[in-house]
Write a protein that binds this ligand. Structure first.
Ligand code: 3NM
Ligand code: MG
Length: 531
C-alpha cells in the first residue's frame, strides 16, 4: 500500500467566514497556493452538503493546477464524492479505522490531537499524520480543551519516534511566532514538526500570496537549517576549553565598540546595581517595564533580560509583550526565574511566560531550576537554594537545556552552563558574592549583554539576506559562559583588593573591576572546563 506522500510544511485549513471584505474564496485559495501552501484542507462547518460539494470540487481543480493535495475536514462522503486525497478528523468525528475502511486504499487520514493520550490512540488507529493543537489561543475555533503551548508539543512528538507518522502544529500560528513554534516544538530525541497548519494567518489576508510566502520562507529556512537536523541548533559547534576562551575574548573585545542596548525588566531590589554592571561591561541598559513601550524597545534593543524578582501585574504584562516582540525579531531573551520555587504564583507565571515566548538562556540557582524542571531534588528557601545542590548537576543542566530548547545556566559556587550537548563548568568567583544581594541578577545582566553582542556580530557576519532558520543568530552558549566568567573573575579581583573590607565595599569595587577588566586577565584567570 503506497499512500500519497504529502509535504506538510505549510498546511492551509480553509475558513471562508474569515475572508477579508470583497475577497473571493477561490481567488484567495489560488493566491495562497502561489505563495507556497503545500497542502490544503477544506473545512466547512456550516455549509449544506450541496454547497460543500461544490466548493470542494472547485477547490480540488485549483489545487490540482498547483499539484497540491487536498484533504476534507470530517466528511468522508464529500472526500469520496470528489476523490480527495484524504480526510482530517477530529476526536469526535469518524474514527480512523472506520474512515480507513470507507476510503480508497491510498487515502491520507489525519487526526486532531490535544494531548499524549489522544496522540497515542491516533497512532494505534493508524493515522498518517496528526494535527497537534491548539498551540496558542485562537479566534478561529471554539476550543474546549487546554492549550498545548509550544512546550507541550515536544513530549507529544516524542511518541512519533520510530514511526513514519507526520505532525503539524495548529492554533494561533502566524508569521511572527512560526519560527518559535518550529524551534520550540522538538522532542528531547530531536523529533521535529513536519509543518504548521494555519487558517487566519493566510485567509484573513488581503494578500494571501504574500502571507503564505512569508510563512513558507521561514519554514523552509528552519527545515534547511541545523535546527531540524540537530534537535538543538543553538550550537552547531564543537567546543574545547581553548575555543571557548577564544570566543569569550572576542566578545569582550567587541562589546565596547558595539555598545549594545540591553533592555532589562528586572526587580526593584537590584535595578540600579544591574544597570551599573551593564555600563561597566560596555553595554547600555534600559530598565523599562511598561507593556505599551515593549514593541518599540524590541526594535532598538540588542537583547532582553526578564527577571521576575519582584513580580507585579504590570511588569508581568510587560514581560509577556517584551518577549513576544523580541522573539519575533529573533533577538536573544535571557530569563531569570527568581524565587520560582517560593510560591505557586511565580511557578504559574514562569510556565505562562515560557509558553508564550522562547528564552535563549535560562539562568537560575539550584532551587529555581529544580522548580522549573519539576524536580524535588533541591528545595528553595525564598529566593535562595536550601541545602546542597544536585547530585549530578552536569546531567541536570543538559536535560533542562534539551527540554527548554535553550542554554541553561545553573549558578552556585560552581556555575554549570549547557546547550544540551556540552557543559561548561566554571569555578571562578568569590564567597563575597553570596553575601550581597543581586549578584545573581547582575550575572543575568552580564549574560544578556554578551548575548546582544554575539547576536549582533552574527548578523553583521551574515551579510546575505537569506532568512536563517535559527531562532537567534549567534552563539548563545559562549555568550552565557562569557557573562558568568567575566562577572566571577571581576569578583575575585574585587574581593582581594586592599580597600575592600566586606560586602559593603565589595560591590562598588566589583563594578570598578568590571569596568577595567581586560580579556587578557580573564584568559589568564579562567577556571573553566568544557565536557
Ligand atoms: N483546529 P488559526 S485550532 C481548525 O486545536 C483548528 O485542533 C484546531 O486557526 C485544533 O490558524 C484550529 O486561525 C484553528 O488560529 C486554527
Ligand atoms: Mg471535526
Amino acid at each position: 500500500m503506497t499512500r500519497m506522500s504529502i509535504d506538510y510544511s505549510l498546511y492551509l485549513v480553509t475558513g471562508r467566514d474569515l475572508l477579508p471584505q470583497g475577497k473571493d474564496y477561490f481567488q484567495s485559495l489560488e493566491e495562497s497556493l502561489q505563495g507556497g501552501v503545500t497542502v490544503v484542507q477544506i473545512r466547512e462547518k456550516k455549509a449544506e452538503t450541496s454547497e460543500f460539494l461544490d466548493i470542494a470540487l472547485k477547490s480540488k481543480a485549483i489545487c490540482a493546477r498547483y499539484n497540491v493535495p487536498l484533504l476534507i475536514n470530517d466528511r468522508i462522503d464529500i472526500a469520496l464524492a470528489i476523490g480527495a486525497d484524504g480526510v482530517h478528523v477530529g476526536q469526535t468525528d469518524m474514527p480512523v479505522d472506520i474512515a480507513r475502511k470507507l476510503l480508497p486504499k491510498n487515502s491520507v487520514i489525519g487526526v486532531s490531537c490535544n494531548n499524549v493520550q489522544e496522540l497515542q490512540k491516533a497512532l494505534e488507529d493508524g493515522a498518517d499524520y496528526v494535527g497537534i493543537g491548539a498551540v496558542y489561543a485562537t479566534q478561529t475555533k471554539d476550543l474546549n480543551k487546554p492549550l498545548v503551548g509550544v512546550r507541550g508539543v515536544g513530549p507529544m512528538l516524542r511518541l512519533l519516534d520510530g514511526t513514519s507518522v507526520k505532525a503539524v502544529a495548529i492554533g494561533g500560528i502566524n508569521s511572527k511566532n512560526v519560527l518559535r513554534v518550529l524551534h520550540g516544538s522538538v522532542s528531547e530525541t530531536a523529533h521535529a514538526l513536519d509543518g504548521v497548519a494555519v487558517v487566519s494567518a493566510i485567509v484573513t489576508s488581503t494578500e494571501p500570496r504574500h502571507a503564505a510566502s512569508e510563512l513558507a520562507g521561514t519554514i523552509r529556512a528552519f527545515k534547511q537549517g541545523p535546527s531540524a537536523a540537530q534537535g538543538l541548533s543553538l550550537s552547531a559547534n564543537r567546543y574545547t576549553n581553548e575555543t571557548i576562551i577564544d570566543k569569550v575574548v572576542t566578545l569582550m573585545k567587541s562589546i565596547r565598540n558595539i555598545n549594545p542596548l540591553v533592555h532589562q525588566i528586572t526587580n526593584n531590589v537590584v535595578t540600579t546595581q544591574s544597570a551599573n554592571v551593564t555600563i561597566a561591561l560596555g553595554a547600555s541598559p534600559i530598565m523599562a517595564t511598561t507593556a505599551d513601550e515593549m514593541a518599540d524597545l524590541a526594535n532598538i534593543c540588542g537583547a532582553l533580560l526578564v527577571n521576575i524578582g519582584t513580580l507585579t501585574p504590570p511588569a508581568y504584562a510587560g514581560m509577556l509583550k517584551a518577549g513576544y516582540h523580541v522573539n519575533a525579531l529573533k533577538k536573544p531573551v535571557v530569563f531569570d526565574p527568581v524565587g520560582m520555587g517560593a510560591t505557586e504564583f511565580r511557578r504559574n507565571v514562569v510556565k505562562d511566560l515560557l509558553d508564550k515566548w522562547q528564552a535563549s538562556v535560562i539562568k537560575g540557582n539550584a532551587g529555581e531550576l529544580a522548580a522549573l524542571a519539576g524536580s524535588n531534588e533541591v528545595a528553595s528557601k525564598g529566593v535562595d537554594t536550601a541545602g546542597k545542590g544536585f547530585e549530578d548537576p552536569v546531567s541536570f543542566v543538559k536535560m533542562l537545556a534539551l527540554r527548554e530548547r535553550c542554554i541553561v545556566v545553573l549558578t552556585g559556587e560552581t556555575d554549570y552552563v549547557s546547550d544540551g550537548h556540552f557543559c561548561a563548568i566554571l569555578k571562578n568567583g568569590h564567597r563575597l558574592l553570596g553575601e550581597v544581594t543581586g549578584s545573581g541578577c547582575a550575572t543575568g545582566s552580564c549574560i544578556a549583554s554578551y548575548c546582544a553582542v554575539a547576536s549582533f556580530s552574527a548578523q553583521v557576519e551574515r551579510k546575505d539576506r537569506v532568512i536563517s532558520g535559527q531562532l537567534v543568530d549567534g552563539d548563545m552558549f559562549v555568550a552565557a559562559i562569557a557573562g558568568s566568567l567575566v562577572f566571577n573573575v571581576a569578583a575575585e579581583l574585587a574581593a582581594t583588593r586592599d580597600d575592600v573590607k566586606g560586602p559593603g565595599t565589595f560591590f562598588p569595587a566589583l563594578v570598578d573591576e568590571l569596568a577595567s577588566l581586560t580579556p587578557e586577565v580573564v584568559q589568564e584567570r579562567a577556571n573553566i572546563q568544557v565536557i
